[in-house]
Every structure is written in structure tokens, then in C-alpha cells.
Design a protein around this ligand. Structure first.
Ligand code: MN
Length: 506
């Protein structure tokens, strides 16, 4: 019979090893073990294996002792009937809040309808006021999906796998936790789409050797070219595309694997942003770039904060290879996202001991601490993630956690339609913004709005969780005044174009 991971592993992986932290985690471990002692997993193994592993994953990812303790206890209230009061008395209100948040999220059920999934994803985010709730839930899901083979019913396995792909992995992605996102996807893929999984695996098997050879040769030449240009401080690594992400791309490319150049990508990590651009010059001077494949996510970061330069070059053997250029700081952020701001240094130390494959594989071997500010290219969507990230480099971890708790979702509000859909809006949005967010046809003919059943004026600021009903009239049209009320650029744009076309008609 399998054994739960021992306490010493979890303590060993813990980023902060102060006496109170160790005491907190140890007590949570013992209490959870006791609470779950009568329960079994589907495999017949002791149930405690699960929370112990979740606690370990959290510790390995660099989360604080409170989150690790909450991870150990996350199933005790619902599944083992431990009173909430006991947890609060022994571990404090933060641990209890996280445990209850995780329990609450467990009550949400997947319906398998696309539109509903999107709503659920947002509702999920809105419900979790403390980002640590989401992180515990993601690790909980990672362990569950890794042990899906023990779940007896195929339909249940499939449901959990689909839910993982459509809800959990996108949340990990939104939080910038790409390592975790790939782990979730690749563990769920075979159970969600078995045939496609096997087909992708076969194709990949054929291509892997060819890609590896190409990568090795390019890496060798590239090191020489960079050295000749006087660029000497950098390290390289191979980025292996997740099998699920490859499958998604194959679908887009009509299953033509020869048109996919990033099955293996070459990653080069530099001390500064300037190095990245210099190296790009050297690379394009030596290999011909594939047109349309150059993406500067350093100047224009992705909405989740991701920064790197991507280019694909012809390698002279009839094929091509993607090369990614980034700084150490960008690399860390790209792998761990929001969690990387907590305690990456300690995480790095842990990897040497823990042998945790998926963390070890991707962790940077830092030679120096470099923090390179973004050059330009803030986008509105990026902003709330980025602001958060920026404030953190200098902040203490405790302050950072407070920021996470209070700020993470405070830049966005989640508004419900009468049908129960959730629309993600910026704070201070008005019914006009909401109407245009649903559809321009609705915005253009709106005449009023009801918020939580009450008629309101069109400039009323909306609040998180409001249920908003837009009232329309057949010949309605926007007025000039709406322009000064609307907060989103989408609404302003639509109003302007409606006003212009009304003028033309007149
Ligand atoms: Mn669980």
C-alpha cells in the first residue's frame, strides 16, 4: 500500500523554515492525518496521501507556511467533518479562509457547455478573493488529475479531465504559471481525448529525433556566433512543447506537423533586455528568419505578463527552429507567474534537494539577480497583473500577500446577466459599458437599466456581483452624453460610430 509523503519532505521543501512556520505546518499535517484516518482513495490507499501531496506541491512551489497548512487541511472540513472552529482556533483565520474558499470552489460543477464554461471560469475567479485559494485549488486538481487512472468510471474521468483543460489550465495560464498549466494539460489530455492523444503521440515520436538533432546543431552554431559578436553571458535550454499544446496547434494547422517549428524550441536567457535585442541581430544576421514569425513580447507583453522575443529561423537543412530570447527575471516570471514573486530564491534551493521533476526541469540556475524593467507596451489587460507584479520586487513577502489578497481582483468586477452569464469589466464601469460589452446592437438601442432589480440612471457605477438587466427600445439611439459616461474604450468607440452614422443619415 502506498504511503503518504512524510512530513520531513514538506518541511524540507518549505521556503521559510522559521520555528513558528515549521510548527504550523507540522500541526496541520498531524491534524489532517488524524482527520482522514478512516478514509480511502479510489486506489484503496489512505486518503491522507492526497492532502499530504497537495501540501508538498505548494511548499515546493514556494508558497508560504499558511498556504501549505491550508493545503494540508483543504479537505478536512468537507470530507472529514472537522469543525471550522477547530481550524480557526488552531491555525488562525487565514488558514480557515483558504480552506473554506477551496471548499466553496469545489461546489461549482462543470456543465460541458462552452458558454457556461467561460462563465464558470470567471465566477471561479470572482469567488476566490484570496489568490492563495486559487493556487491551493490548482495544486489539488493537479494531484487529482495525476491520479485519474484510479477513478473507476470512464465518464467521470473524462469530466474531470475536460474540466481541467477548460477551467483550471486557463486559470493557471492567466496567473502566468506556465509550468503548472502544462502539467495540468498534459495529465488531463489522455483522459479527455484519448484518440487524439494517441495520434499526437505517434506523430511526435516520429518527429522528436529530427527536432533534437536540429536543435543541437543550431545551439552549437549559435553559441559560436554570439561569442564572436562579444556576447558571452547567457545560458541555453531546450523548451519542449507540452503534448496538449502541440495537439491544439496541430488542429489549427490541419494536422500538418511539418508546419510546426516549435516542437522543440531553443531558449536563450540573458542578463539584460539589451542583450536580447543584440542577440536577435546576430541571429537574423546568420540565419534567415521565417517571415511573420517574429514576435516581440518584450515590447508588447502578453496579457498575463509574459515577456520574451520569439523568432523562427531556417536552419539550412530544410527545416526551421523557434528561438526564444529573454532575461532571467522574465524567465522566472514566465515559469511561475504569480508564485514566482513569493520566494523564488528559496524555491531554487529546494529544487536541489527535492528532486521534484517538474519544478527542477524549469528552474533557473541564477548566476546573478537581475531585474529588468519592461521597455514599453503596456496594454490595459496586462496592467492589473503587471502593476501587481511590479510592486512586488521590492516588497516583503508578507506585504505582497496582502497586496494579492486585496488587489488581485479589485481592478476587475464581475457582472451577471439575467441569464447568469458573467461579464468581466473594469471597475467604475457603467450600465452603458455593460450593454456594449454584451453586444453593440444592445448598446445602441438601450433606454435604461435595472441593477439587482432596481431601475438606475445610466451613469451608475456597477459593483462586483451586480445582476444587470439592459432595457432597450426599438428606435433607441446613443446620445452625445453617453460618451462622457462610458468608461471602456469599446463602448466609446461604438457610441462614436453610431453617432457618426446617425449624422450621415440626417
Ligand atoms: Mn482535494
Amino acid at each position: 500500500m502506498a504511503q503518504a509523503r512524510p512530513l520531513k519532505d514538506i518541511i524540507g521543501a518549505l521556503s521559510s523554515k522559521t520555528e513558528p512556520d515549521i510548527a504550523l505546518v507540522s500541526a496541520a499535517y498531524e491534524l489532517s492525518k488524524e482527520a482522514h484516518k478512516e478514509q480511502k482513495r479510489f486506489s484503496g490507499d489512505p486518503y491522507f496521501i492526497h492532502p499530504a501531496e497537495v501540501g508538498y506541491l505548494l511548499a515546493s512551489y514556494g508558497l508560504d507556511a499558511i498556504t501549505v497548512a491550508a493545503g494540508l487541511l483543504h479537505d478536512t472540513v468537507e470530507d472529514a467533518g472537522l469543525p471550522a472552529k477547530t481550524i480557526e482556533e488552531k491555525f488562525g483565520s487565514d488558514v480557515l479562509t483558504i480552506v473554506q474558499g477551496v471548499t466553496k470552489l469545489g461546489a461549482l460543477r462543470y456543465q460541458g457547455v462552452e458558454r457556461h464554461t467561460e462563465s464558470l471560469r470567471k465566477l471561479f475567479a470572482a469567488t476566490a478573493q484570496d489568490i492563495r485559494v486559487l493556487i491551493v485549488k490548482l495544486m489539488d486538481r493537479l494531484h487529482n488529475v495525476r491520479t485519474l487512472n484510479h477513478v473507476p468510471r470512464p465518464d467521470k474521468r473524462k469530466r474531470i479531465a475536460l474540466e481541467t483543460l477548460e477551467i483550471y489550465a486557463p486559470i493557471a495560464d492567466r496567473l502566468g504559471m506556465s509550468v503548472l498549466k502544462n502539467e495540468l494539460e498534459d495529465a488531463a489530455f489522455p483522459y479527455a481525448f484519448q484518440k487524439e492523444y494517441e495520434k499526437t503521440r505517434e506523430l511526435l515520436k516520429e518527429k522528436t529525433r529530427e527536432n533534437e538533432k536540429r536543435l543541437e546543431k543550431t545551439e552549437h552554431d549559435l553559441k559560436r556566433e554570439l561569442a564572436d559578436a562579444g556576447i558571452r553571458t547567457f545560458r541555453t535550454e531546450a523548451r519542449v512543447k507540452g503534448i496538449y499544446s502541440l495537439f491544439r496547434k496541430l488542429e489549427r494547422k490541419k494536422w500538418d506537423i511539418t508546419s510546426i517549428y516549435d516542437i522543440r524550441a531553443l531558449r536563450i536567457i540573458f542578463p539584460t533586455v539589451a542583450d536580447c535585442y543584440s542577440a536577435l541581430g546576430v541571429i537574423h544576421g546568420h540565419w534567415r528568419p521565417v517571415p511573420g514569425k517574429i514576435k516581440d513580447y518584450i515590447a508588447f507583453p502578453k496579457p498575463n505578463g509574459y515577456q520574451s522575443i520569439h523568432t523562427t529561423v531556417y536552419t539550412g537543412d530544410g527545416g526551421a527552429l523557434e528561438i526564444q530570447l529573454r532575461t532571467e527575471a522574465q524567465h522566472r516570471e514566465a515559469q511561475y507567474g504569480i508564485a514566482s514573486h513569493l520566494t523564488y530564491k528559496e524555491v531554487q534551493e529546494n529544487q536541489e534537494r527535492s528532486g521534484l521533476g517538474w519544478v527542477t526541469q524549469f528552474l533557473p540556475k541564477l548566476t546573478r539577480a537581475s531585474s529588468t524593467p519592461a521597455l514599453a507596451g503596456d496594454t490595459p489587460t496586462l496592467k492589473w497583473v503587471q502593476e501587481l507584479a511590479d510592486g512586488v520586487g521590492t516588497a516583503q513577502s508578507e506585504e505582497y500577500l496582502d497586496t494579492l489578497k486585496s488587489d488581485f481582483f479589485s481592478h476587475r468586477i464581475f457582472i451577471f446577466t439575467p441569464k447568469g452569464d458573467v461579464i468581466d469589466m473594469p471597475i467604475h464601469a457603467t450600465p452603458i459599458d455593460f450593454a456594449y460589452a454584451i453586444h453593440s446592437d444592445i448598446g445602441d438601442v438601450m433606454s435604461g437599466a435595472r441593477v439587482n432589480g432596481k431601475m438606475v440612471s445610466l451613469d451608475t457605477p456597477l459593483h462586483n456581483g451586480d445582476l444587470v438587466e439592459i432595457i432597450t427600445k426599438p428606435k433607441g439611439k446613443p446620445s452625445q452624453k453617453w460618451l462622457s459616461i462610458a468608461k471602456t474604450s469599446l463602448a466609446k468607440k461604438q457610441i462614436k460610430s453610431a453617432l457618426t452614422s446617425a449624422q450621415k443619415k440626417a
